[in-house]
Design a binder for this molecule. Sequence first.
Ligand code: NAG
Length: 175
Amino acid sequence: MLPVTLSGSLNFQFGAFTVLVALIHSCRGQHHVSCPSEAIVATVGEDIILPAYLEPATNALRKTIEWTRPDLSPRYVHVQRQGVKLTGNHPSYEGRTSAFSDELKLGNISLKLSRVRISDEGPYRCFLPEMRISCIVQLVVGGKKLILTFICKENHKANNLISLLLENVQVVTSR
Ligand SMILES: *[C@@H]1O[C@H](CO)[C@@H](O)[C@H](O)[C@H]1NC(C)=O
């Protein structure tokens, strides 16, 4: 009887050890999705990239990639499976998202978002369901304010600008 008990407890210990090794392995993140820690700042109307990379670099061409906005309903921004874009995304993103098909095989799973709107501001989650790994990119949209500041500054400096232009014209013509 004793040898059986002993081998049973050894088996148990071996099992627990295996689980522990597996846990450490996954905590070290053999694979993870990497996103920039700083927010991406965009101007209204421009096309931008929300960067995300599968690390270490792994072919993501056949993987399911889910870009979502956890604060929206439906939350889906862009979902693709086996390289095919799925429908059922939030209507405001209709026709404005795409992945970089040539980059996917290099683990570059960044999302292109076209014609940025004010309402696009928020957190974007990039999730690989098969690997259960994700990361979050923040998008800040603040374009209009910048443009207004520029116009106001230019109005104040209008006289200086005109004289500067005239000086340059004189320099060009005198040569
Ligand atoms: C990922 O792909 C985008 C689009 O081609 C590119 O702008 C970006 O630099 C790529 N990132 C890396 C790390 O290669």
